[in-house]
Design a protein around this ligand. Structure first.
Ligand code: ADP
Ligand code: ZN
Ligand code: ZN
Length: 664
């Protein structure tokens, strides 16, 4: 008879904890996934039962008894528990912490009682509240594959240009899933920014929808979780962490805009929700659809190797036409506050013809630098290796990396000369456009103007009503919004992504340009896209212009293969932060020394991070690279326990990032 409970607890320790059975509890009625209250040090904690055992490796006098079992049935079913375990193992994160991240607060703390796992009769057939358009031939072909694959694992890349009707394919496939009495899980990059996507799902299905995202309060989150778990919600739509949503009858997983960087969690439990969605689909034996106009190079390579099935939507339905892309050579034209003469002329023309104009610049604030022409001083952040950004309207200098702010100085602190803002942010471009086109109402969309929930909705209404003629904004503009009356898109500065130290920067730049270009000309008006650059002959821009995203991707994949970068190699990044630069480097060096030699894993570093100091901490990193996932993970199995006990680990904050998205 098992007498020992192995419990996952929300602690940073990478282990399970053994407890004796609480008095009077019958081990036979326990199942993994039940919550158990246990003593832990001087506290009491609620953990999750993972398994029972006959014996413990702890001496019996050290074993404490658990206090109580909270549930009659598992709160988290075996399938989901296995998935969470897989994620914790793969990303080398403590199981208890991953489990805690997957459960809503009320469940985690033991406050909320939960009904026993439901056995539902299959819900009634769905009535589409609103019928969609007739699928095009390409949509019909994609649907046939996906729907034909229901009931078993399969991974599909739905590769369709922006506006080609990918969402329409998801909606129709989901209709079939619901007709089978199953649920669909839909992951989207950001819900707050894309109310339109949610509205479309709500209009199409006359069924309860559970929405999960990080801005939800505890109660709303708990409710959505329960609706997903009971099967009451036919569709669960959420951001990154919704990949852990419980599902009574999983039928299909969709990852919209699969290339979006926000699927990667960058802190704490660092995971890729896109990658985990594929793992979950395989474990639950359901199909998964990854949709994008600009698929990540990883996904394209998986499709090329036939691990994923590529489904293509080459055209926009109806009359909508692809926009034409043109480069504006910034060296050859007069430039007024970041906008070249041909750009200004184009804006004027499109406004005159009644079109809307979208101006994209991924930099908020007035100017990225405050400069003294007298002595060459630039305003630095005292806590980071970074310059302070000028915010003119709030008369402040702000650090976009650590949040530090100070009042805008009148003169140079070293020579008293008058200082001036250099470079362009959205605030400055707004000023330029407003003075140049005073008749055209403008909306600016960035983190400074769209802060609260509802702000985005209000701004979008000004755009869709046609009141606003110019839309100016950052990355926020590129996320899934339809702007049917936009006929001109201007990319103010394409050069930031061309020469970055990050090997993924060019991929991101190409994705951004294609995504922002896709906002134009969705209706019957043809769109035009202007890309301002000082390096118009750059091969990336040229391949994008002449061969589109596919052409760019082919070039970029060849480069990655030659350089042994992902997807042709596997990476893990050990990061360390410390108050003293040397402490971080010493720890990483000790970690490198602890590695067993002769493995098929290369260690690169340690080196200071690209931004070596941030928020007062010195940052350094050690990169691990291997041609094989198996070799890398085999290496980590032995290496991690060794570095956890290094004496030099004590003075630093360190973390391991498996499949890192950013290398700085
Ligand atoms: P994507 O998700 O690829 O950006 P959407 O599904 O949002 O594309 O479709 C873009 C626009 O085209 C939407 O307004 C949608 O209603 C419309 N649309 C999609 N499929 C069709 C179709 N088969 N016939 C007519 N219009 C369609
Ligand atoms: Zn000076
Ligand atoms: Zn700073």
């Amino acid at each position: 008879v098992p007498r020992i409970l192995r419990i996952a607890l929300d602690t940073p320790l990478r282990q399970l904890f053994d407890y004796r059975l609480p008095p009077g509890v019958d081990a036979a009625r326990l199942t993994p996934g039940m919550r158990v209250r246990v003593p832990f040090g001087r506290r009491r904690m609620v953990g999750v039962l993972i398994e029972t055992a006959d014996r413990s490796s702890l001496p019996s006098q050290k074993l404490k008894a658990a206090l109580e079992v909270l549930d009659e049935a598992s709160v988290i079913d075996e399938g989901l528990l296995a998935f969470v375990k897989w994620a914790a193992d793969y990303y080398r994160h403590p199981f208890g912490e991953v489990l805690a991240a997957a459960l809503p607060a009320g469940i985690r703390t033991g406050k909320t009682q939960i009904a026993p796992a439901p056995l539902h009769p299959a819900p009634p057939e769905t009535n589409a509240a609103e019928a969609g358009p007739e699928p095009t031939a390409a949509q019909a072909m994609a649907l046939e594959e996906i729907v034909g694959g229901l009931g078993r694992y399969g991974c599909y890349l739905l590769h369709g240009v922006t506006g080609s009707g990918k969402t329409e394919v998801y909606l129709r496939a989901i209709q079939q899933v619901l007709a089978r009495g199953q649920q669909a899980l839909v992951l989207v990059p950001e819900i707050g920014l894309t109310p339109q996507v949610l509205a479309r799902f709500q209009a199409r299905f006359d069924r309860p929808l559970a929405v999960m995202h990080s801005a939800l309060g505890d109660r709303a989150r708990l409710r959505a979780w329960q609706q997903a778990r009971s099967g009451e919600a036919a569709i669960v739509i959420g951001t990154r962490s919704a990949v852990f949503a419980p599902l009574a009858r999983p039928g299909l997983i969709v990852v919209d805009e699969e290339h979006d960087p926000s699927y990667k969690q960058q802190e704490g439990f660092r995971y890729s929700a896109r990658d985990l969605a594929v793992v979950r689909a395989r474990q639950q034996d359901v199909p998964v659809v990854l949709g994008s106009a600009t698929p990540s190079l990883e996904t394209l390579e998986n499709a090329r190797a036939r691990r994923y099935q590529r489904l293509v939507l080459p055209e926009r339905p109806g009359e909508a036409r692809h926009p034409t892309l043109r480069l504006v050579d910034m060296r050859r034209h007069a430039v007024q506050d970041g906008l070249a003469t041909p750009t200004l002329t184009s804006i004027e023309g499109h406004l005159r013809d009644g079109g809307q104009v979208l101006v994209y610049l991924n930099r908020r604030g007035y100017a990225p630098t405050l400069f003294c022409p007298g002595c060459g001083w630039t305003a630095p952040c005292n806590h980071c290796d970074a310059r302070l950004t000028v915010h003119l309207r709030s008369r402040a200098l702000r650090c976009h990396h650590c949040g530090f702010r100070q009042a805008l100085p009148f003169g140079c602190p070293t020579c008293s000369h008058e200082v001036k803002p250099v470079g362009q942010g959205t605030e400055r471009v707004e000023e330029t456009l407003a003075s140049r086109f005073p008749e055209a109402p403008l909306v600016r969309i960035d983190r400074d103007t769209v802060r609260r929930r509802g702000d985005m909705q209000a701004v979008l209404e000004r755009v869709t009503s046609g009141e606003a003629r110019i839309l100016l904004g950052t990355q926020m503009l590129t996320k899934g919004h339809d702007f049917p009356d936009v006929t001109l898109v201007v990319v103010v500065n394409a050069d930031q992504g061309l020469f970055s130290v990050d090997f993924r920067a060019s991929e991101r730049l190409a994705q951004t340009i294609v995504q922002v270009a896709g906002r134009a000309g969705r209706a019957s008006r043809p769109g035009e896209v202007l890309i301002q650059s000082e390096f118009p002959e750059h091969p990336l821009l040229q391949s994008l212009l002449t061969a589109g995203y596919d052409g760019f991707a082919a070039t970029a994949l060849a480069e990655r293969q030659a350089a042994h970068w992902p997807p042709f190699a596997r990476l893990a990044l050990l990061r360390a932060d410390a108050r003293e630069a040397q402490a971080a480097l010493d720890f990483l060096q000790a970690a490198a020394d602890a590695a067993a030699p002769g493995r098929s894993v290369r260690l690169l570093g340690p080196v200071p991070a690209a931004m070596a100091r941030r928020a007062g901490y010195h940052r350094a990193q050690l990169l691990l690279e291997s041609g094989s996932r198996g070799a890398l993970h085999g290496f980590l199995d032995e290496w991690l326990p060794a570095i956890e006990v290094l004496p030099s680990a004590r003075g630093v904050r360190w973390s391991l990032d498996v499949d890192p998205a950013d290398l700085y």
